[in-house]
Design a protein around this ligand. Structure first.
Ligand SMILES: NC(=O)c1ccc[n+]([C@@H]2O[C@H](COP(=O)([O-])OP(=O)(O)OC[C@H]3O[C@@H](n4cnc5c(N)ncnc54)[C@H](O)[C@@H]3O)[C@@H](O)[C@H]2O)c1
Length: 352
């Protein structure tokens, strides 16, 4: 049994807590938050864009801490699960690894590549696992694409395009603060940067054009070049200055003998309700152009967290490799984001 301590009982902390309740082989033994209401079990104020609403919880079997250091010192905890705001990830992860704990940390790994490297060094020094929670490869559409790519059945990936766009998430605290969250590049687009790194490897060249806000990339188009000049990946990401785009993501992935396409959006209906729907269902186009639509199950994002945290637990138990949870991939995703921002802000960029 892997004994888990979660630090940060917000939207993600709650999603992780509820997920561990369903996982065989993992048990939440400790929780930490600086908000004592959460530690008393009042999670009614927690809200996110999926999953159940926060409720009153019975935490009588869980040890609660106001300070991350105290949870880290708890000898009953094997795995520290960090669901804190991004700027707090590196310090808490390094402290937990230094105390001999395994660490699972939500994306983005950290605010800077330097902090990512310090986290990875701490894991190596302590001989402990450090995994980063990039859930996208566990979402059914991306998991399907990754399986098709890795199977080799359709040849190598030769290019593609990815999209992830929202309206300004005005309800998120510190979103446009470069030191606290890092705007849509580190909060939102980092998912695609990680998936592209996983599927295509590290790009050799990165060029971006787009808008900026508060000194942060706001909405952009980036082009990634690889060793083979014919392989290019294009990605569109960020927030738009118009309130009517709740969420959109998708891809078109070109393999030598197949194309994988998918696009999903949350659309506001005339009665004001939000509805998630495929603009293009996950589809494989074969070399003759015949479209094969692929069934994906019920699409509940909570299932992706079940798969992700189940995988993390198996890594801690020594029966699985980190694979898509590996910290070096997550570190490279931050590096890709940095290269995109550097290009966007370069003095020779006409948009600057
Ligand atoms: N994988 C995904 O799809 C996904 C979705 C949402 C958020 N996230 C990530 O999860 C992380 C947390 O995001 P969230 O939306 O849950 O944030 P949140 O603001 O809802 O929750 C953060 C919690 O941490 C607590 N906290 C802050 N500083 C603390 C400290 N020093 N000590 C103890 N507690 C402290 C806050 O009181 C709050 O309860 C972020 O890195 C975010 O990018 C991932």
């Amino acid at each position: 049994m892997t004994r888990v301590g979660i630090i940060g009982v917000g939207f993600m902390g709650m999603v992780h807590y509820l997920t561990y309740q369903k996982l065989v082989g993992a048990e939440v033994v400790a929780l930490c938050d600086c908000d004592t209401k959460k530690l008393e079990g009042d999670w009614t104020g927690i809200q996110g864009n999926f999953g159940p609403p926060g409720e009153h919880m019975d935490l009588s079997k869980v040890t609660t801490y106001e300070s991350a250091d105290d949870l880290i010192a708890d000898p009953n905890v094997d795995l520290v699960d960090i669901t804190l705001p991004p700027a707090a990830h590196s310090g808490v992860a390094i402290a937990a690894l230094g105390s001999g704990k395994h660490v699972f940390c939500e994306k983005p790994m950290a605010m800077t590549v330097g902090d990512c490297d310090r986290m990875a060094a701490a894991a190596k020094q302590a001989s402990r696992k450090l995994m980063i929670g990039h859930v996208l490869p566990f979402l059914p559409e991306y998991a399907w694409a990754l399986r098709e790519i890795r199977s080799g059945a359709h040849g190598r990936p030769i290019g593609g395009s990815f999209k992830r766009v929202i309206s300004d998430p005005a309800w998120l605290e510190n979103y446009w603060d470069a030191t606290a969250v890092g705007g849509p590049l580190l909060d939102l687009h980092v998912h695609d940067a990680h998936f592209i790194r996983l599927a295509f490897g590290m790009p050799k060249t990165v060029a971006s054009r787009g808008s900026q806000r508060n000194g942060l990339p706001e909405h952009w188009h980036s082009l990634f070049g690889y060793d083979k000049p014919e392989v290019t990946v294009q990605v569109t990401g960020g927030t738009i200055r118009q309130a009517g785009r709740p969420f959109l993501h998708g891809f078109e992935i070109h393999l030598e003998r197949a194309t994988l396409v998918f696009e999903f959006a949350v659309i506001k209906n005339a009665d004001g309700s939000d509805e998630g729907r495929y603009l293009c269902p996950p589809t494989l186009l074969n070399p003759q152009g015949v479209a094969q639509q692929v069934e994906m199950g019920d699409g509940d994002p909570m299932n992706a967290f079940y798969a992700e945290l189940g995988h993390a637990t198996q890594v801690v138990q020594g029966v699985a490799e980190p694979d898509m949870l590996a910290c070096d991939l997550a570190r490279d995703a931050i590096e890709i984001c940095r290269l995109q921002a550097d290009s966007l802000f370069a003095p020779d960029n006409p948009a600057t």
